[in-house]
Design a protein around this ligand. Structure first.
Ligand code: ADP
Ligand code: MG
Length: 552
């Protein structure tokens, strides 16, 4: 044994651990799902790395997960013979939380007073390995990275520090040994030393894991059973798979603790065979608009995990879609670069995108629109990016958008509904962009439109500034800002009025020459005396501010 050290957890990790130790999270069984999920990932990674690197000194003969219960010592061990971790890995991966959005999550949690809302937040964040501390008062981790001789022993009670040391002669892979807290039925903390209980939990949460999860049955060490069915869910006929099974699988791939909003299945047979199992999450990840955000679809080839965050399979604006695509005819050592060029992958992607968009459309037009409303609240801002990026599906995207409007302050409207309400003779879809609904409502630009009963879309997302210029229209109706150019409302100023005011206008135009291009009479206003209007092609004040903020 060499160089034992006591190290401190990174501060965010420390806060998360505190949260788990004094856990208010009621479903404590989830810790096992997290450990099994990590073990499964470690086996996937090993198989892939051994395939890519023929020199890797790794044992890939009997990849599996093992769970042992020891009632006498009150321990529970989850073991895998997967990729393992080096000492540096352990410090980086277990001693810190690398997940983006952690700081925001903790801040939100502090501000949340009620316990149901806190639980919901924890569920949305999805806590991995640290979930062990819901049921254990001490955790020991033994691990050896495949290809390395050096093993690592890590141990912690979750209170601020951990010890780490290098140890010889560890088997390849990782063992997580939980020293269980005393049983406490009041706190729904069950007896996790019971093999029966553990089997039930594995069946319930991890049945689909494609690696064998083994347990010893009875007293004889020879009596080993595989607890899970190991069937890839996406390869089973959907009539055979229960909603619960899909939901649990979602939690595994998405690292989410909550159910998905919607499950999407897709199969293609024939020359290029593939299966896809996709999910719309119930909430946006904290990093949806962060730079390091990832895309959520995993690629498998014939049941073999190939990569996470496969950007070739999903466009950026649908980065929140999670799930798995299993393609039959790709090479196992396909790279990200090759995938970007691959024609068949491009075809799969086109089909996935159309399927996602049509699924959302289904939620929108179905009987119960709650799901659609949740979807739009969580992901609408990202989806609208597609209006700029995805020319092919522009109409389908416009079709699933909804917007605030002057029609009803309580309800969003679709463009279709807007068009149906358009007045006789109204040619354009009117909108006004701004920072908030209130600033838009107070804008003098709106006055005449309100007075005439024309509906105006109230657009407050930064992205709205961009797509309104890029998208020509919806169903032959052009988008028209009420703040730009000459807006024709039927009671235009008369020649008489123009005559009457021409002197004043000339004088104003000269006096304000530095500030404005032209001063003209307008039928826009009803109560305000004057307003500033942009040229049709000008950038709007909000966009100007955005550009300035971006340093342009
Ligand atoms: P996540 O799985 O969402 O990344 P976790 O907290 O569950 O978060 O795990 C953190 C990291 O620790 C994993 O990403 C992985 O790199 C590493 N890890 C955890 N368990 C294992 C394991 N059994 N074998 C190898 N690496 C592991
Ligand atoms: Mg995990």
């Amino acid at each position: 044994t060499t160089s034992a050290e006591t190290l401190e957890f990174q501060s965010e990790a420390r806060q998360l651990l505190q949260l788990m130790i004094h856990s208010i999270y009621s479903n404590k069984d989830t810790f096992l799902r997290e450990l099994v999920s990590n073990a499964s990932d470690a086996l996937d990674k090993l198989r892939l790395e051994a395939f890519r690197d023929k020199d890797l000194q790794a044992d890939t003969d009997d990849l599996h997960i093992e769970i042992d219960t020891d009632p006498e010592n009150r321990t529970l061990t989850v073991r895998d013979n997967g990729i393992g971790m080096s000492r540096d890995d352990v410090v980086a991966l277990i001693g810190t939380i690398a997940k983006s959005g952690t700081a925001e999550f903790l801040k939100k949690l502090k501000e949340t007073k009620d316990s149901a809302a806190s639980q919901d937040l924890i569920g949305q964040f999805g806590i991995g390995f640290y979930a062990s501390f819901m049921v254990a008062d001490k955790v020991t981790l033994l691990t050896r990275r495949a290809g390395s001789d050096e093993g690592v022993r890590w141990e912690s009670e979750g209170e601020g520090t951990y010890t780490i040391e290098t140890v010889p002669d560890l088997p390849q892979g990782t063992s997580v040994i939980l020293h269980l807290k005393p049983e406490d039925t009041e706190d729904q903390l069950f007896d996790y030393t019971s093999a029966t209980k553990i089997k039930q939990i594995v069946k319930k949460y991890s049945d689909f894991i494609t690696w064998p999860i083994r347990m010893t049955e009875g007293d004889s060490a020879d009596n080993v059973v595989t607890v899970n069915s190991m069937k890839a869910l996406w390869a089973r006929p959907s009539s055979d798979v229960s909603e619960d099974e899909y939901n649990e699988f979602y939690k595994h791939v998405a690292h989410d603790w909550n159910d998905p909003l919607e499950t999407i299945r897709l199969q293609a047979e024939g020359t290029f065979e593939y299966q896809a199992l996709l999910f719309l999450p119930g909430h946006a990840p904290l990093d949806l608009f962060m730079r390091e955000r990832k895309r959520g679809v995993q690629l498998y080839v014939k049941r073999v995990f190939i990569m996470d965050d496969c950007e070739a399979l999903m466009p950026e604006y649908l980065r929140f879609v999670k799930g798995v695509v299993d393609a039959q005819d790709l090479s196992l050592n396909v790279s990200r670069e090759i995938l970007q060029q691959d024609r068949q992958i491009q075809l799969i992607r086109r089909r996935l995108v159309k399927k996602v968009l049509s699924t959302v459309k289904g939620l929108m037009t179905g009987e119960n629109t709650d799901k659609y409303e949740t979807f739009w609240k969580e992901f609408g801002r990202a989806v609208k990016e597609g209006l700029l990026d995805d020319f092919e599906n522009r109409t389908a995207i416009l079709d699933i958008c909804s917007f605030a409007s002057t029609n009803d302050p309580e309800k969003l409207t679709t463009l279709r509904e807007y068009v149906e309400r358009m007045k006789d003779g109204q040619e354009h879809i009117y909108y006004l962009t701004g920072e908030s609904r209130q600033s838009i409502e107070n804008s003098p630009h709106l006055e005449a439109f309100k007075a005439k009963g024309y509906e105006v879309l109230v657009l407050t997302d930064p992205i709205d500034e961009m797509w309104v210029d890029a998208v020509p229209g919806f169903e032959e109706k052009q988008f028209q800002s009420v703040a730009k150019g000459e807006v024709e409302l039927d009671s235009d100023t008369t020649d008489e009025q123009k005559e009457e005011f021409s002197g004043l206008l000339t004088w104003l135009t000269t006096a304000l020459a530095e500030q404005v291009k032209e001063v003209r009479l307008s039928s826009r206003l009803t109560t305000s005396p004057a307003c500033i209007v942009g040229d049709t092609n000008d950038v709007t004040p909000t966009l100007e501010k955005m550009y300035r903020a971006m340093g342009q």
